[in-house]
Write a protein that binds this ligand. Structure first.
Ligand code: ADP
Ligand code: MG
Length: 328
């Protein structure tokens, strides 16, 4: 197999919490707790999980907006886990992040023209002579008329603002885009349009995406592969249709049984599992399997030893001692 575009191994991100000002009393919150994931060239990897499961933190680790607390991260085979700010510069351009709320990441005092031109200047991507043409091209890519270059962010709808956020990311000519809930703040019709735009751009520009969302319907629609997160760990990952149609991890099953059947396709072999209780505290995750406190099929073994992510015969990976049967 070829080298993955990006690969994380044993990735860890801890946040100090509690009375950090009292020496010795500080605790560590395990936001990302030993994640192994490979992102293959050209795929859309959907990252799913309840709020607080560590999706955004993982996204910020992958883009190296955060320093890592442990593990390794490679981009095209190059280890970027410990690169300094300066050493990260070439990487910064090639991996872009898009956020949920473009309004908060677009400077309200600047016209779209300046918002898009700034990264080009900083990274020396275009000469001033090519600039007008490139700006018009970027607007065209995201489906906005070039005259809108003269507008300010507040003059746009939510969907249009997200298009500008996407154009700004595209200005850098990235290979990988990590999109953190990019459509969650939009109304349903704008969501559908932006989802289509992502798909269209992936084709046209041979992009690779990590697409973070809590909306399973959206994730199913955009992703070629999915990874399900729970309390800082990946509990199941595999081809989207496989995981949605025959979830192997009881947590995946629980997540899927919370949405109406039409959104996830035929309800073959699906039990209805209602998730009890809340996500445990990530400062003190359960010993053994992290899902043990909410799992309807937990056994003694699950309380004692933590299951590692391991491959099943059908190609997916699952972190469970008692996954659903591998063959129908
Ligand atoms: P998600 O995106 O899946 O909702 P997050 O990555 O935002 O999850 O958060 C994962 C965990 O890390 C949560 O328990 C959250 O409270 C905690 N967390 C996230 N960012 C910080 C931070 N900067 N400082 C302390 N704790 C944080
Ligand atoms: Mg988040």
């Amino acid at each position: 197999m070829s080298t993955p575009l990006m690969q994380a191994q044993g990735l860890i991100k801890l946040f100090p919490v509690g009375k950090t000002w009292v020496p010795g009393s500080g605790q560590m919150l395990r936001a990302v707790d030993g994640v192994d994931i490979a992102v293959e060239q050209g795929e859309t990897l959907g990252l799913v999980g309840e709020s607080g499961s560590g999706k955004s933190t993982l996204g910020r680790c992958l883009t190296r907006l955060y320093d890592l607390s442990g593990g390794t991260l490679t981009f095209e085979g190059q280890d970027i886990s410990a690169l300094s700010r300066r050493q990260l510069r070439p990487f910064r351009r090639r991996v872009q992040m898009i956020f949920q709320d473009p309004a908060s990441s677009l400077n309200p005092r600047r016209r779209v023209r300046e918002i898009l031109a700034e990264p080009l200047a900083v990274h020396n991507i275009r000469t001033p002579r090519d600039l007008p043409g490139r700006l018009a091209e970027l607007m065209d890519l995201v489906g906005l008329p070039a005259v809108y270059l003269n507008r300010y962010p507040h003059e746009f709808s939510g969907g249009q603002r997200q298009r500008i956020g996407i154009a700004r990311a595209l200005a850098m000519e990235p290979d990988l885009i990590v999109a953190d809930e990019p459509v969650s703040a939009l109304d349903v019709s704008a969501q559908a349009q932006i989802v289509n735009l992502f798909a269209d751009l992936r084709e046209r520009l041979s992009l690779t995406y990590v697409f973070i969302a809590h909306d399973l319907g959206v994730v199913r629609q955009v992703s070629t592969r999915v990874a399900i997160m729970y309390l800082g760990s990946i509990v199941e990952t595999g081809a989207t249709d496989l995981v949605f149609e025959t979830p192997a991890h009881p947590y995946t099953e629980a997540l899927l049984s919370a949405i109406p059947v039409p959104a996830v396709g035929p309800a073959v072999r699906r039990r209805r599992i209602i998730l009890q209780g809340e996500i445990p505290n990530a400062v003190k995750p359960p010993k053994g399997c992290k899902f043990v406190t909410r799992c309807p099929i937990a056994q003694e073994r699950c309380r004692a030893d933590r299951p590692a992510l391991r491959p099943l015969a059908d190609g997916r990976q699952v972190a469970c001692h008692f996954p659903r049967e591998e063959t129908p």
